[in-house]
Design a binder for this molecule. Structure first.
Ligand code: GLN
Length: 304
């Protein structure tokens, strides 16, 4: 498959849309990013890289971190994790509080904020400095050392994290957070503030396209069954309350973030990442979801 030609075609088709949508501003530092960025990368299991535009520019991965903290939490806890976090799409905004009360402090899934706060809590129990462990894991997956979290973005989010704090205290009242709320919020905001490029992220997800095995080294990170389940969760819950529409239009497992990144994968073949900071109302990149829709249309590579 000539992915380079396809990426060129996608950028040409999307040119009128790039810059549309709204850049996330509820985290003040994110509002400073230009909406004109557009990058996209395909990294195949055999290591081939295809990219276009700003594919090598690092951006704030935000909720895409939830995918990797889930992998790490699963490595620590195994299936016991599912006693604390559900596996159903929420049908509500990613920062919604309403379902937590009905479900006694058990988040609907790991890819909404409440679920990821529990993941961060698990990592706080397991690691002395959880954000360092997450950054190191991502360095290994992306194959280079130059990955960090942006301290200004982390502080900007932490200073304004009132809603996430409310969720965390609420879950703590049900016993579903073990560590002090402040410590969990610090870790969570640092995980969200990690910066990576489309090429880094597309490479980092190739193990999930490869039945849980890191292609370069052959190291198994998850069982084939856990990798399959994770892909299913990305499909059903990875793009907030737009997950149904995203599956309908794109048909690939994916995880988005309010930094404007969407990370997807074609099982057995490649990781695909797109970045364009303008968001649609659910919080997914507007041009990014159109780019992935065009990708599966042009390549015929969806899971359906
Ligand atoms: N850091 C963001 C938050 O907690 C992540 C949200 C997102 O990317 N959807 O609100």
């Amino acid at each position: 498959m000539d992915y380079s030609a396809i990426l060129h075609e996608i950028r040409e088709r999307l040119a009128p849309v790039i810059g549309q949508g709204r850049v996330a501003s509820y985290i003040p530092e994110l509002a400073t990013v230009s909406p004109q960025h557009f990058g996209m990368a395909v990294v195949c299991i055999d290591g081939t890289v295809h990219s276009i535009g700003d594919a090598d520019v690092p951006f704030s991965i935000q909720s895409i971190s939830k995918l990797f903290t889930l992998v790490m939490a699963l490595q620590c806890e195994g299936d016991a994790l599912w006693q604390r976090i559900g596996r159903e799409p929420s049908g509500n905004p990613f920062n919604s509080l309403v379902q937590l009360e009905h479900e006694h402090g058990k988040p609907r899934n790991p890819f909404i904020n409440a679920g990821a706060l529990v993941l961060s809590d698990i990592l706080c129990t397991r690691y002395a400095v959880p954000e360092t462990a997450v950054v190191e894991f991502l360095r290994k997956l992306a194959g280079h050392e130059n990955i960090h979290y942006d301290r200004r973005v982390a502080k900007s989010e932490r200073d304004t994290a009132h809603r996430n704090a409310a969720m965390a205290y609420f879950m703590k009242s049900f016993g579903n957070l073990k560590n002090p709320v402040g410590q969990v919020l610090d870790a969570y905001c640092r995980h969200c503030a990690i910066e990576m490029s489309c090429i880094d992220l597309a490479r980092a997800v190739t193990f999930l396209a490869n039945h849980g095995v890191l292609p370069r080294s052959g190291e198994r990170l998850l069982t084939a069954s856990a990798a399959k389940r994770l892909n299913a969760l990305m499909l059903t819950c990875g793009t907030y309350d737009a997950a149904g529409d995203f599956a309908f239009r794109v048909g690939l497992p994916a995880k988005s973030g309010v930094g404007g990144g969407i990370l997807a994968l074609v099982p057995g073949e490649c990781g695909v990442c797109v970045w364009s900071p303008g968001l649609e109302p659910s919080g997914n990149s507007l041009a990014g979801s159109l780019a992935l829709e065009t990708f599966t249309t042009l390549t015929g590579r969806s899971i359906f």
